[in-house]
Ligand binder design. Structure first.
Ligand code: UDP
Length: 493
C-alpha cells in the first residue's frame, strides 16, 4: 500500500521524555505487529533544548513513524519557580494547543488519519476531532491503579472533604489495595492548589473520552484494578450514553525492546557489569530527572558502602532539595555531580561500586545477569522494565505518582521493599544498608525474587500474539485498518 492509502495514526505527546518514549514505543509495537498497515505521526510539543538521550532515541525510530517537533513555547516563568512538574507540563501544553491544532488540521487534510491518540496529560487535544470522522483515545503511560484512581477521582472528591492525607481511613480506589492519602499523587495532595484543580479536570476528561483509554499495564499484573474499571466501561445495552467510563485497553508492558542504540560513556556500565558475579549488583537510578538533597546523597552513599554489596549508581545529579528540580531542564550541569559524594567515598568503594552522572542503557543493565536488584524512584517505565527483566526492587519514590506506584509494587504485588521516604526526614545509612541486605541476601529477598520471576513470566505471556495485551492490540489494529479502508472507499480524505 502507498503512504496515502495506508491508515494513519496521529499521536500527540507532551514535553516529558518518559511520556514521549512510552507513546512512541507503543507506536513501534503496533508497527511490529502490523508493519505495513499504518503510518504514524507523533506531534511533540517542546520546551527548551532537548537532552542528549532523548535526541538519540528519536534516531532509532522506523521510517513510518514520523515526529513533528513543535516550536518551543515560552516556559521560563514556569520552570524553577516552585511550580510542580504536573502544572508545568499542563500549562506548557495548553500554551502549545493552537499549534497542535494547526498541525492536526494539516495532517487530516493530507493523510488518511483514522485515530488520534493523545497522551494522558493532553486530553484537550481530543476535542479537536469531534467535528471529524476519526476515533479518539488516551494513551495512559502509567498503571491501571492510577487510571482507576483518576477515573474515580471526581467521586472521591465529593466523598472526602478534608485533605486526603488527613483522612482517618485508608483511601479506597476501586479494584486496588487501599492506600494512605499521602501516597496519592502529588497533584492530589493539596486540594486548594491549581495542581489539584487541573488534575480533577483531566480526570473528568478521561471519563468523557470517546473511543477508549490505552493503558500501559497488563491484565495479569493488575487484574482487579483492570476489571474494576472495565466493568464500569461496559454499556448495559442502551448505547454509549449510559456507561460510566470509556472502554479500557490494557496493552502493556510497552518498554524498549532490543538495544537502545545509545552507546557512549555508558558502555562503561555494561563493561563493568560484565566483570561482576551473577545477581551481585544493586542498580540505583532515580529516573530521567529525580534529585536528592545533599544530606540524602551522603546517607545513600554511606548506606551503599555499609551494605558491602556491589552497586551501580547512575544519573547522579547535583543535590537539590526539590526532588523534581531537573525533570524538564537539565541546565545545572556546570558542577561535577560526583564532587557531592562524601569525602573519600569513591576511593573506598573502588572495588565495590561504580558511580556515574551519565545516562545508563537501563534496559540493558536490567537485562544483565550481574544485576540482582533495582533501587528505583518507581517511575512507571522503570517499574515495568524491572518486571519484564524479573529484577526485584527497592522502592524510593520521590514525586508525581511515584508513591502510588511504590504502594502497588510493595503492598500490592510484593515484588519490592519500600524505604520510608515520606515526610521531611532523611533516610539514614543504616536503613539503606538494611533494606539492601533484605533484598540482596536474606530470606525476605528470596520470596520477593520468586514473586518477581512469576510476574516476569506473566509479562512475557501478555505481550505474545495470543496473550492478553497482544490480542487487545491486534483487535484495535484491525479496527483501525478497516476504518482506513472504508475511508478510502468513500473517497476520504
Ligand atoms: N532511563 C535510561 N537511562 C537512565 C535513566 C532512565 O534509559 O540513566 C530510562 C528508563 O529506562 C525509563 C525512562 O528513562 O524508560 C524513565 O522513565 P520513568 O517512567 O521510569 O521515570 P521518569 O524519568 O519519568 O521519572
Amino acid at each position: 500500500a502507498g503512504s496515502m492509502t495506508r491508515s494513519h495514526i496521529a499521536l500527540v505527546s507532551v514535553p516529558a521524555f518518559s511520556h514521549q518514549v512510552s507513546i512512541l514505543r507503543f507506536a513501534k509495537r503496533l508497527l511490529q505487529l502490523h508493519n505495513n498497515d499504518f503510518n504514524v505521526t507523533c506531534i511533540i510539543p517542546t520546551v527548551g533544548v532537548s537532552s542528549t538521550p532523548s535526541k538519540s532515541f528519536f534516531h532509532t525510530l522506523p521510517p513510518n513513524i514520523h515526529c513533528i517537533f513543535l516550536p518551543s513555547v515560552h516556559f521560563d516563568d514556569l520552570k524553577n519557580n516552585g511550580v510542580p512538574v504536573e502544572v508545568q507540563l499542563q500549562l506548557s501544553v495548553s500554551r502549545v494547543m493552537p499549534s497542535v491544532r494547526d498541525t492536526l488540521r494539516s495532517l487530516l487534510s493530507s493523510t488518511n488519519v483514522v485515530a488520534l491518540i493523545a497522551d494522558a496529560m493532553v486530553p484537550e487535544a481530543l476535542e479537536f476531532v469531534k467535528e471529524h470522522n476519526i476515533l479518539s483515545y488516551i494513551y495512559f503511560p502509567c498503571s491501571s491503579m492510577l487510571l482507576s484512581l483518576c477515573l474515580h477521582a471526581p467521586t472521591l472528591d465529593q466523598e472526602v472533604s478534608c485533605e486526603y492525607r488527613d483522612h482517618p481511613h485508608l483511601i479506597k480506589i476501586p479494584g486496588c489495595i487501599s492506600i494512605y492519602g499521602k501516597d496519592l499523587p502529588d497533584s492530589a495532595q493539596d486540594r486548594s492548589s491549581l495542581n489539584y484543580k487541573l488534575f480533577l479536570k483531566r480526570c473528568q476528561k478521561y471519563r468523557d473520552v470517546h473511543d477508549g483509554i490505552l493503558v500501559n499495564s497488563f491484565l495479569e499484573m493488575e487484574e482487579e484494578a483492570t476489571k474494576a474499571i472495565i466493568q464500569q466501561s461496559i454499556c448495559n445495552g442502551n448505547g454509549v450514553g449510559d456507561r460510566n467510563y470509556p472502554p479500557i485497553f490494557p496493552i502493556g508492558p510497552i518498554i524498549q525492546n532490543g538495544s537502545s542504540g545509545q552507546k557512549n560513556d555508558c558502555d562503561l556500565c555494561l563493561l563493568w557489569l560484565d566483570k561482576q558475579p551473577p545477581n551481585s549488583v544493586l542498580y540505583v537510578s532515580f529516573g530521567s530527572g529525580g534529585t536528592l538533597s545533599q544530606e540524602q546523597i551522603n546517607e545513600l552513599a554511606l548506606g551503599l558502602e555499609l551494605s558491602r554489596h556491589k552497586f551501580l549508581w547512575v544519573n547522579l545529579r547535583a543535590p537539590n532539595d526539590r526532588a523534581s528540580a531537573t525533570y524538564f531542564v537539565n541546565d545545572s550541569l556546570v558542577d561535577d555531580p560526583l564532587s557531592y559524594l562524601p569525602l573519600g567515598f569513591l576511593e573506598r568503594t573502588k572495588g565495590q561500586g561504580l558511580v556515574t552522572s551519565g545516562w545508563a542503557p537501563q534496559v540493558e543493565v536490567l537485562d544483565h545477569e550481574s544485576v540482582g536488584a533495582f533501587l528505583t524512584h518507581c517511575g512507571w517505565n522503570s517499574v515495568l522494565e524491572s518486571v519484564v527483566h524479573g529484577v526485584p526492587m527497592i522502592a524510593w519514590p520521590l514525586f508525581a505518582e511515584q508513591r502510588t506506584n511504590a504502594a502497588l509494587v510493595t503492598d500490592g504485588l510484593k515484588v519490592a521493599v519500600r524505604l520510608n521516604t515520606s515526610g521531611e526526614s532523611v533516610v539514614l545509612k543504616e536503613e539503606v544498608a538494611e533494606v539492601i541486605k533484605s533484598v540482596m541476601e536474606e530470606l525476605e529477598g528470596e520470596e520477593i525474587r520468586r514473586r518477581m520471576k512469576e510476574l516476569q513470566k506473566l509479562a512475557a505471556c501478555a505481550v505474545m500474539e495470543d496473550g492478553s495485551a497482544g490480542k487487545t492490540l491486534s483487535k484495535l489494529a484491525l479496527k483501525w485498518r478497516s476504518l482506513g479502508n472504508q475511508k478510502i472507499e468513500r473517497g476520504e480524505p
